[in-house]
Design a protein around this ligand. Structure first.
Ligand code: SF4
Length: 211
């Protein structure tokens, strides 16, 4: 079974508690206006065997506090997601947080949810017209739902407003020299960063969706 993968990183500290393994899938047909991850919209063919991905992340699975899966839209690859999450349950005792732009009501009937493979879901599409006051969410319409005992234990106290200390991003450097950010930027942060960099004679290039 293959998964269309955007990127993997460890540790991610801004998308859930602790030092987490972040897995971003490739492909999202929801296309929320204002999405900051438009580079993950384009559908490519599934490009990595789930077993190969697991081999790659196995050392991190043994030391991470949890796994965060985002995208892209993870539930648009349900079979690969199921295989991945089954294996993660075997290899790690960490909490599993999955981001989805689909409504909670549509996700409740998905196999991975019914099988208890997701501890916490952040659901519903990003809505740029809504406020942005909640922890771990880009817009206030997005719902955090604990689905398992572990989910309640780890995330039960986190369905709250964001504090100033929550508003930070991980900066990551890929082996090919690219720098990218993970986390939930405050509205306008990327535009402000672009302005600062331009004033210093450099620039921020944002990736565009490729259909
Ligand atoms: S569901 Fe997520 S990745 Fe897809 S467009 Fe909305 S915010 Fe972006």
């Amino acid at each position: 079974m293959k998964l269309a993968l955007s990127r993997v990183h460890f540790p991610v500290t801004t998308l859930g508690p602790g030092r987490r393994l972040g897995i971003w899938v490739q492909g999202c047909s929801i296309r929320c206006p204002g999405c900051i991850s438009s580079d993950t919209w384009a559908k490519r063919g599934p490009d990595v065997e789930v077993a190969e991905l697991l081999d790659r992340v196995r050392p991190w699975l043994q030391v991470c506090d949890g796994i965060t899966i985002s995208g892209g839209e993870p539930f648009e690859q349900p079979e690969a997601l199921e295989q991945l999450l089954h294996a993660i349950r075997q290899l790690s005792g960490g909490s599993v947080l999955v981001y989805s732009g689909l409504p909670l009501e549509a996700l409740a009937s998905c196999d991975v949810v019914k099988q208890g493979l997701v501890d916490c879901l952040i659901s519903d599409p990003f809505d740029v017209s809504m406020g942005q006051t909640k922890y771990l969410r880009g817009s206030d319409n997005q719902r955090m739902t604990c689905l398992t005992a572990l989910g309640h234990e780890v995330f039960g106290s986190l369905d709250r407003h964001a504090t100033d200390s929550d508003r930070r991003l991980d900066v990551m450097f890929d082996s090919d020299g690219e720098v990218w950010l993970a986390g939930i930027p405050s509205r306008g942060d990327m535009a402000r960063l672009q302005l600062i960099l331009e004033n210093q004679g450099t620039y921020l290039r944002t990736t565009e969706a490729r259909s």
